[in-house]
Every structure is written in structure tokens, then in C-alpha cells.
Design a binder for this molecule. Structure first.
Ligand code: NAI
Ligand code: 15L
Length: 269
């Protein structure tokens, strides 16, 4: 596909959205911003909930692609996840279909496969084609998003890259994050690759940096053109000194999703 220029960024007021508002424009994108809450220092941003189908249709009109970050990003009551992440993502895809937007980059999550065992030392990295194994209703909503993306490709030719993001924060703050950290700069590289790769149909890729302790097979992301440059190892000594290694047999030790499997962080009611 021709390189997209105008990109709708949903979830623009959130953590990743805030980072990407700074890091994506240098790649040549003109961002149209959307969030349910006002976006700081961006009065031009569209303030709309994913429940508002008319607003979504208007928001996607004329864009070349969509980066879909909006949604609940931790565990919550099923009804809330249902509205924001499941129905909301469906509304966005419908708007894309109706307005002829050809490509979506969907922020999936490692929690779509959170109950998968994390590889031990010497074992091969986790491939993208492991069966879905969500650890929460939140993870389940990401499984839905990936399947919805496949459906919209098969039925309507709307392409998606579903990125199973690890932990995208300025720095890794836990031992688990040393394996799954996606630096903000690498996140921008990955989004750029997902936006500009040739035919992608529905491609699923893990999103992490070139971490020494990486758990995931990044070949799918690399095929898109992603070349990560950062490695969490520079933070390892500090993080391990502060926290120690996860206890053997703990969720952080056993599973990709870590504590989401047993004690997930929750959005307040
Ligand atoms: P965040 O919680 O900081 O931001 C999410 C944004 O979506 C918020 O600004 C919120 O207002 C907006 N939003 C929520 N419900 C909405 C609705 N119904 N309509 C419109 N906007 C709505 O999350 P973060 O960390 O920025 O993550 C962005 C995306 O990436 C999320 O979809 C998250 O699930 C996914 N992700 C993030 C990871 C990370 O490490 N930060 C890891 C894996 C996936
Ligand atoms: C996610 O999917 C969350 O959105 C993010 O807040 C982090 O908790 C991340 O996964 C993680 O697994 O560290």
C-alpha cells in the first residue's frame, strides 16, 4: 500500500498515545487525535467515546490509516470491557469499513496469551501462533480484537496489524518487564513498520524491544520491517537490585501475563 500520511490515533490522551504524539510525526505522519477525554495541549483533538458511532465515522473520514490504542488498558468489570474494548473496537472497524480506510494497527496485548508459559532459559521464544490464552477479561477483549481484525480482512479487505505489546513505558520497572519492555522509540518504529509494510492481510506480531532476556519471537514484526534498537538490559542491574528475582512458581515466574494471571491491576469502578 502507499505510505499513509494522515493517521487517526485513538487513545491519544493515554500513556502510549502521549508518547506517540511526540514520536510519530517525525516519520512524516499527520495525526488526527481522538480520545474519550480531552487530550492535553491538543485542543484540536476529537473528544469522543468509542460508543459514539457517528463521531467515529466522522473521525475516520479521509484518513489513510488508524492506530487504535483507545480502550481500557487493565482489568475491569466485564460490562466495562465489553463496552469500551469489544463493542468500541467493533464500532471503529465498522467506521473504517464504511469510510474505506484500508489499514488498522490494533494495540493488542501480551495478555491475549497471558496464561502461556514464558520460555525458560534455553527454550525457544514464544511464537505468534500459540493459541489464545487470555489471563483476564481485558486479555479476552484483545483476543476478540485480533479475531475481529481477521474477520474484517476476510470479509471486507480491511487490513490489520495486531501488535501484542509487552510493556511500553519510558523504562522497565520490574524483572518481568526486562523481558517484554517495548521502549517508546521502538514502539514508534514498530508502528511505523506496521503502517508502511506492503500487503499485511491480518498479521499478528509481538511488540518488544531487542531485549537480552526477550521471551517472544519477533520474526513476524521483523518481516514488517521492524528493527528494534533498544535493550532493557541497561536497566537490569538496578531493577534486580531493587526487586530481586520473581519467586519460583509465582505468576511472574511462570506466565507471560505475570500478575495479571492472579492479581491483575484493575481500573477503579
Ligand atoms: P491508557 O489507559 O493510558 O490509555 C488508554 C486511552 O484510551 C485513555 O486515554 C482513555 O481515555 C482512552 N479510552 C478508554 N476508553 C475509551 C472509550 N470508550 N472511548 C474513547 N477513548 C477511550 O493505556 P496505554 O497504556 O496508553 O495503552 C494504549 C493501548 O495499548 C491500550 O489499548 C492498551 O490495552 C494497549 N497496550 C498497552 C500496553 C502498555 O504497556 N502500555 C501493553 C499492551 C497493550
Ligand atoms: C498491558 O496490556 C497493559 O495495558 C499495560 O498497562 C501493562 O500492564 C502491560 O500490559 C504489561 O503486561 O506490563
Amino acid at each position: 500500500m502507499t505510505a499513509p500520511r494522515t493517521v487517526l490515533l485513538t487513545g491519544a490522551a493515554g500513556g502510549v498515545g502521549t508518547l506517540m504524539r511526540e514520536l510519530l510525526p517525525p516519520y512524516g505522519y499527520e495525526l488526527r487525535l481522538l480520545d474519550a477525554v480531552p487530550v492535553p495541549e491538543a485542543p484540536e483533538a476529537i473528544v469522543a467515546d468509542l460508543a459514539d458511532r457517528a463521531a467515529l465515522r466522522e473521525a475516520v473520514r479521509g484518513v489513510d490509516a488508524i492506530v487504535h490504542l483507545a480502550g481500557i488498558s487493565v482489568e475491569a468489570d466485564f460490562e466495562k470491557i465489553m463496552a469500551a474494548n469489544i463493542a468500541g473496537t467493533h464500532h471503529l472497524y465498522e467506521a473504517a469499513r464504511e469510510e474505506g480506510v484500508r489499514r488498522v494497527v490494533f494495540a493488542s496485548s501480551n495478555h491475549a496469551v497471558g496464561f502461556a508459559r514464558r520460555p525458560r532459559e534455553g527454550e525457544p521464544p514464544l511464537p505468534v501462533d500459540v493459541p489464545h490464552r487470555p489471563d483476564t477479561f481485558y486479555g479476552l477483549s484483545k483476543c476478540f480484537g485480533e479475531d475481529l481484525a481477521q474477520l474484517y480482512w476476510d470479509l471486507y479487505g480491511v487490513e490489520t496489524v495486531s501488535l501484542r505489546i509487552g510493556s511500553c513505558f519510558p523504562e522497565p520497572t520490574s524483572v518481568r518487564m526486562l523481558s517484554i519492555w517495548l521502549s517508546p522509540a521502538d514502539c514508534a518504529r514498530l508502528l511505523h513498520a506496521a503502517l508502511t509494510a506492503g500487503e499485511v492481510a491480518h498479521t499478528v506480531a509481538y511488540g518488544s524491544s531487542a531485549n537480552t532476556r526477550a521471551w517472544w519471537d519477533l520474526s513476524s514484526a521483523r518481516t514488517l520491517g521492524y528493527a528494534p534498537e533498544d535493550d532493557s538490559e541497561v536497566y537490569a542491574e538496578k531493577v534486580i537490585a531493587e526487586q530481586g528475582l520473581p519467586a519460583e512458581g509465582s505468576a511472574d515466574d511462570l506466565y507471560v501475563g505475570g500478575r495479571f494471571c492472579t492479581d491483575p491491576p484493575r481500573r477503579p469502578h
